[in-house]
Design a binder for this molecule. Structure first.
Ligand SMILES: Cc1cc2nc3c(=O)[nH]c(=O)nc-3n(C[C@H](O)[C@H](O)[C@H](O)COP(=O)(O)OP(=O)(O)OC[C@H]3O[C@@H](n4cnc5c(N)ncnc54)[C@H](O)[C@@H]3O)c2cc1C
Length: 419
């Protein structure tokens, strides 16, 4: 690599963050708040987010509160009343979470918000904090230098810092360079939509809940956005033509087309079927993840967010894990300053096991949701038997983010029923 030529300002930053998605921006904010000079390098010409809604569980709203951003997020989103799981064929309720009680238990709310609102909120916070934000900077290579790490841009320029955080998503260049693994295709496809609530009133839609309809080889999610003015919809199904494409064919638009969407939901209940024609039909997301890896830190380059641990989205924790990563990294960089290697080692020691658990549980969750025939009926019976106030499935996930590897999940005082 040639001598560094900084793409923007004259001051060398302490940290380069590659990628200005939710993970990159929230990390840049956290590190700036910790007193570091941070430069974000985003390949797109403008910062932005694609997609519709996103669910933020208490393990994320707790961090937004710490950042002083929760009130604004709350004003932009919706606090739903319940999360309800139903069978997609007969619409029967299988189990639910009472989200008011959930907030009492974990101390922070369950929030749903438009992705672009969350992203814009983080962007404003970064600007106000003094993060240097650069667009049109596609990073194509990484090199450790001893005192730090250097990146190479597509236009040949280079930049360097004591620490580089690669938050460049599922198809991360850093992941390819340092790990070299392939994405794994689940052969499922997701369609999204955000529709004005007036268009779906009368369809049997629960306007104040997150509802997940689980069906044979498919599922369908609905929840309110923007103060209830819009309804977010996600339709996911197994693509019958997916076998034709190798797992690595990311973004291959040949499988999962709209005709497959219609066929996949033909036998579902009324509310789901009436939602399908409203899905965006010009783009869809093939559901890819990666096998968990133990090493996210490569010299002074740290993988973060989907670059480190891309999950299938069934636990709704991908963006949350990215936000947690940045919060933990900032904590350790402050705690061990000026020893950055110690901070990176602590970051990796704390985060890998938790994220592995989310990734593997998300895969298992997908299998459970998509069961067919007799297995579906047995699943339904087990789910219906669950006590609404049994938090055995969520304590490890929604409890406070651990800062040390041996930190026990926080002890929660069970809330008496009817309290
Ligand atoms: C259908 C669906 C629903 C989901 N629902 C939820 C949910 O409810 N809750 C939740 O927490 N998660 C959810 N997720 C997961 C979540 O969207 C991702 O885990 C999260 O967006 C990852 O954030 P990230 O910043 O790590 O990566 P990304 O969002 O992929 O951002 C990466 C950024 O890096 C930039 N970039 C890429 N390559 C380069 C390069 N070479 N140089 C410079 N910049 C580069 C990209 O342009 C982008 O801006 C969902 C995912 C899907 C598909």
């Amino acid at each position: 690599m040639t001598a560094p030529t900084p793409p923007t300002g004259p001051h060398r930053p302490d940290v380069l963050v590659v990628g200005g998605g939710i993970g990159g921006l929230s990390t840049a904010f956290a590190l700036t708040r910790a007193g570091l000079r941070v430069r974000v390098l985003e390949r797109a010409e403008e910062f932005g987010e694609v997609g519709a809604g996103i669910q933020l569980a208490p393990n994320c709203t707790r961090i937004l509160d710490d950042y002083g951003l929760l009130d604004e997020a709350r004003s932009l989103g919706v606090l739903p009343e319940a999360m309800v799981m139903r069978d997609a064929l007969d619409a029967r309720e299988l189990t639910r979470l009472d989200l008011s009680d959930l907030e009492r238990r974990y101390g922070y709310p369950y929030l749903v918000i438009h992705r672009s609102d969350l992203h814009a909120l983080l962007l404003r916070a970064c600007r106000a904090a003094g993060v240097e934000l650069c667009t049109g900077r596609k990073v194509v290579g990484y090199e450790n230098t001893g005192a730090g790490a250097r990146i190479r841009l597509a236009d040949g320029r280079t930049d360097e810092a004591a620490l580089v955080v690669a938050a460049d998503g599922l198809h991360s260049v850093a992941r390819r360079e340092f790990v070299g693994d392939d994405v794994v295709s689940s052969r499922y496809v997701a369609y999204r939509a955000a529709v004005p609530i007036e268009r779906v009133r009368g369809n049997g839609v629960a306007e104040k809940d997150v509802v997940v309809y689980v069906g044979p080889r498919c599922h369908f999610v609905q929840y309110p956005l923007r103060g209830g003015e819009m309804l977010n919809q996600v339709a996911v199904f197994a693509s019958p033509s997916a076998d034709a494409s190798p797992a690595g064919a990311a973004g291959d638009a040949r499988w999962g087309g709209p005709e497959e969407l219609d066929a996949a939901f033909e036998a579902t209940c009324d509310t789901v079927r009436r939602g399908i024609p409203l899905m965006w039909r010009d783009r869809w997301w093939q559901m890819l993840d990666r096998d968990p890896v133990d090493t996210w830190v490569h010299g002074r380059v740290a993988l973060l967010g989907d670059a480190a641990h891309p999950p299938l989205q069934y636990m709704a924790q991908g963006a949350i894990m990215a936000i947690e990563d940045g919060w933990v990294l900032a904590h350790h960089l402050t705690r061990t300053a000026p020893d950055r290697d110690a901070a990176l080692a602590a970051y990796q020691a704390v985060r890998v096991e938790h994220c592995r658990r989310v990734q593997t549980t998300a895969r298992a969750w997908g299998e459970l949701w998509h069961l067919e025939g007799g297995e579906r009926l047995r699943r339904n019976a087990v789910m219906r038997a669950r006590d609404t106030y049994d938090y055995g499935f969520t304590d490890w996930e929604y409890g406070p983010t651990a800062l040390t590897p041996d930190q026990e999940p926080a002890m929660f005082t069970p809330i008496p029923l009817g309290a």
